[in-house]
Design a protein around this ligand. Structure first.
Ligand SMILES: [Zn+2]
Length: 82
């Protein structure tokens, strides 16, 4: 059982990189590490990614809605004729 030592070390390194779990003493050090080691993982990048995903979702939803609309049109046409 040698977990005590590593636990004590972790306390001074309070800032953890969420991407690679590396630990840092200061938030500025963590920030510098992130921009250097994970340049594609910044907030702006994540935001862009989210926007793109949302846009794709909206397109999918639109397609689905249009299909439902067309189906309901066909249905009402059929009722009118019948
Ligand atoms: Zn990292």
């Amino acid at each position: 059982m040698s977990a005590d030592q590593s636990e004590r070390e972790d306390e001074s390194l309070a800032y953890v990189c969420k991407i690679c779990q590396k630990r840092f003493q200061h938030s500025s050090a963590l920030g510098g590490h992130k921009s250097k080691a994970h340049p594609g993982q910044s907030k702006a990048y994540n935001h862009k990614k989210k926007v793109r995903e949302t846009r794709e979702l909206e397109r999918e939803l639109h397609r689905h809605t249009m299909r439902l609309y067309q189906e309901s049109l066909m249905e009402s046409e059929g009722q009118a004729n019948g």
